[in-house]
Design a protein around this ligand. Structure first.
Ligand SMILES: Nc1ncnc2c1ncn2[C@@H]1O[C@H](COP(=O)(O)OP(=O)(O)OP(=O)(O)O)[C@@H](O)[C@H]1O
Ligand SMILES: [Mg+2]
Length: 402
């Protein structure tokens, strides 16, 4: 991934002389103090972070924390009072009017919370609007618009009017319209907050699906921490205009930057954020199929374990062998491959803990974690899945259950 947008010391102040408050920000006065002393409102307070090309970057925070003010700086609907926003090397706060128009038409599109559709235009006419104002010939623009209507799953509705569609469908139109200019970056300001929970969940999944197909950079605002962590590759948490922390959902949960963030995320369902790769342990003992039973027994004894995973030369998982079987097998002159048990539960690195729980309940061995090439990358003790999700609080003795 490469950096697409650099936000450097961006502040946005509202009031009659916004710039006059900048020195106070530099001195570290709070939003509250600045309001009291000068009657200026700090929308965004000295924000600095990068956004990577192709990521879903979520801005999360309570009402009034500055999310909309910040996202509107990216297309200069709000001009920052101070600082710079570098889009692919170009500081857009210093753009000419012409260049800005180009950026808005070609690079960045916005999807609004309340859809912002033209009620007197059909769905097709709404979606093609961005191309119409760029004088793209009718046939061409309708072709592109129809493709985007299909992308958001609304084929067949192109001749309807917005008020004939449900809220979720109208929001899809908003998304199709934003996609029509084929922007690199989509700005979405609480796009799903007006939708009921089921439709909202469906739209989140669909957005991720579209994102995977089209590889856009998406900057997405929400005040819902579950939504933020579900769809965000990285999340920025805002409070009083400050960006308090930027990180992946796992990073934020594992080490919240301060008490405010800890409080904010306390209700999050960790099992839907953490994946197998986050809680797995790298195998300390492994045997290869060519090693034979004596090596297998030695490995298990040395590591104090009662079963061990068996892999082939390329570390692809073959199964598991237990110490009892192995000892008996030596007596009976059997080979390792005769004794490999395949009744193990194999999970992928990216599977969410939530989905591992039923598998852990059913399995009699530790879960084997494999990568996309079916190579064994780790194991998860059932007790880790079932007891609060971190390996820290599992005692040493329990390590030896398997
Ligand atoms: N046009 C404006 N004029 C004056 N103050 C503004 C303006 N826009 C925003 N503000 C102030 O900036 C701060 C941040 O507002 P903003 O709308 O960015 O919050 P938000 O995080 O998007 O909240 P919400 O979740 O309610 O949409 C608030 O204190 C608000 O009063
Ligand atoms: Mg807002």
């Amino acid at each position: 991934m490469s950096v697409q947008i650099q936000v450097k010391n961006v502040s946005k102040i509202f009031g009659s002389k916004p710039k006059s408050a900048i020195p106070m920000i530099k001195e570290g006065l709070s939003k509250e103090e600045i309001l009291k002393n000068t009657n200026h409102t700090v929308g965004v307070y000295d924000a600095t972070f990068d956004i990577q090309k192709g990521e879903v970057f979520v801005i999360m925070g309570l009402s009034g924390s500055g999310k909309s003010t910040l996202i509107r700086c990216f297309n200069l609907l709000n001009k920052p009072t101070d600082g710079s926003i570098i889009l692919e090397g170009q500081d857009i706060t210093k753009c000419s009017r012409e260049d800005l128009k180009k950026v808005r038409q070609e690079k960045i599109a916005m999807v609004f919370q309340h859809f912002g559709l033209f009620s007197h235009r059909t769905i097709l006419a709404n979606v093609e609007y961005g191309l119409e104002i760029r004088n793209v010939p009718k046939e061409k623009r309708q072709e592109i618009a129809m493709q985007n209507i299909e992308t958001v799953g609304l084929s067949g509705y192109e001749d309807k009017y917005p008020d004939e569609l449900s809220g979720g469908m109208q929001q899809r139109v908003g998304l199709a319209r934003a996609l029509t200019n084929d922007p690199d970056i989509l700005l979405m300001d609480e796009p799903f907050s007006a939708l009921d929970p089921l439709i909202r969940r469906e739209m989140q999944l669909e957005l991720l699906d579209i994102q995977e197909r089209l590889q856009k950079t998406i900057i997405f605002i929400t005040h819902d921490v579950n939504e933020a962590f579900r769809i965000g590759d990285r999340v920025a948490v805002m409070k009083d205009g400050h960006v308090e922390q930027v990180g992946t959902p796992e990073e934020i949960i594992a080490s919240p930057a301060n008490d405010y963030i800890s409080e904010f995320i306390k209700d999050i369902d960790r099992s839907k954020v953490f994946q197998a790769s986050h809680i797995m342990t790298k195998p300390n003992a492994l045997v290869s199929i060519k090693d034979g039973l004596n090596v297998a027994v030695k490995e298990m004894r040395e590591n104090g374990i009662s079963s061990v995973f068996v892999v082939d030369r390329s570390r692809r998982l073959q199964g598991i062998v237990t110490i009892d079987d192995a000892i008996q097998g030596i007596k009976d002159n059997q080979s390792l491959s005769d004794l490999i048990r395949e009744d193990i539960t194999v999970v992928e690195e990216e599977e969410y803990i939530n989905d591992l729980i039923p598998k852990a309940l059913e399995s009699s061995f530790p879960l084997a974690v494999v990568n996309e090439n079916q190579k064994l990358v780790g194991y998860i003790l059932r007790v880790h899945v079932l007891s609060g999700l971190t390996s820290d609080d599992v005692s040493e003795s329990e390590e030896y259950v398997y």
